[in-house]
Design a protein around this ligand. Structure first.
Ligand SMILES: NC(=O)c1ccc[n+]([C@@H]2O[C@H](COP(=O)([O-])OP(=O)(O)OC[C@H]3O[C@@H](n4cnc5c(N)ncnc54)[C@H](O)[C@@H]3O)[C@@H](O)[C@H]2O)c1
Length: 254
């Protein structure tokens, strides 16, 4: 069998739960050695155990991506263990349902915390992992959101703004690192059934309105982004950089 990521070293931030966990498992299945960088060490270890139980290679490194010292320590540990990184899956993110709000109702605290993890954290991971890629090339995948592009983020000012930063970062990184053969792309999931949306999606009152906007008629799951992530991480996407790829059940086409 031809594995698409054979022997590549992949860091998956936020790989403990939700979309990141599914991507980490899929990367491992495709032959990658996976590093799970998550603030939730228990969840990260559980992902590692699932991967190892299938006979694949994974390690968990406790990391809060918004803390520079943590990200430096992550890069140092990966350098010591593997000497290189081929894939950075910039997935970790936060959304504070019930606290993120319309601009005039939003607290500075929620704005700062959201931007600190989603925008600053993604940049920090990129900053410290790039030197582990620059001599041989690689793939960076950032997780965006439709909330940066259309009205699906109504009432989510901080989250939508943070995801707008990620779209901009994807474009500038794609340009700045193309000469190093580092490709940078963005996955834009739709409304996904993950721990991030727990409570929000399970609230039956929210469901009809949300589902009515999704042409494929269901919420997404980790497996709905995992194949796309493998494509963007692998040489199958060798001519793709700076792109935004929807995995949203048609939400953006609605
Ligand atoms: N769920 C959706 O509907 C949806 C839609 C569009 C985009 N996204 C984006 O996809 C990504 C994954 O979303 P999800 O739904 O799987 O989220 P999730 O909340 O279900 O899982 C996020 C993971 O990231 C980890 N994490 C959170 N803050 C962290 C930090 N500071 N440092 C390290 N790890 C941290 C969590 O512990 C968790 O394991 C996020 O960037 C999110 O914004 C999600």
């Amino acid at each position: 069998m031809c594995l698409r990521l054979n022997d590549q070293v992949a860091i998956v931030t936020g790989g403990g739960e939700g979309l990141g966990s599914a991507v980490a498992e899929r990367f491992a299945l495709e032959g990658a050695k996976v590093v799970i960088a998550d603030v939730n060490q228990k969840a990260a270890r559980e992902t590692v155990e699932r991967i190892k139980a299938q006979g694949h290679d994974a390690v968990a490194i406790k990391t809060d991506i918004s803390v520079e010292a943590d990200v430096i320590a992550l890069a140092n540990q990966v350098r010591e263990k593997y000497s290189r990184v081929d894939i950075l899956h910039n997935n970790a993110g936060v959304l504070f349902h019930g606290k993120d709000a319309k601009a005039h109702e939003l607290s500075a605290d929620i704005w700062d915390t959201t931007m600190r993890v989603n925008a600053r954290g993604m940049w920090l991971c990129t900053k410290y992992v790039l030197p582990l890629m620059m001599d041989h090339g690689g793939a960076i995948i950032n997780l965006g959101s439709p909330t940066a592009l259309n009205g699906t983020g109504a009432g989510l000012t901080a989250y939508s703004a943070s995801k707008g930063a990620i779209l901009g970062m994807t474009a500038v990184l794609a340009n700045d690192y193309a000469s190093y053969n580092i490709r940078v792309n963005c996955i834009i999931p739709g409304t996904m059934d993950t721990p991030m949306n727990k409570g929000f999606l399970t609230n039956l009152a929210n469901q009809p309105k949300l589902l009515a906007r999704i042409p494929l008629g269901r919420f997404g799951a980790g497996k709905d982004v995992a194949g796309l992530a493998v494509f963007l991480a692998s040489s199958d996407s060798a001519y793709c950089t700076g792109g935004f790829y929807m995995a949203d059940g048609g939400l953006m086409a609605f």
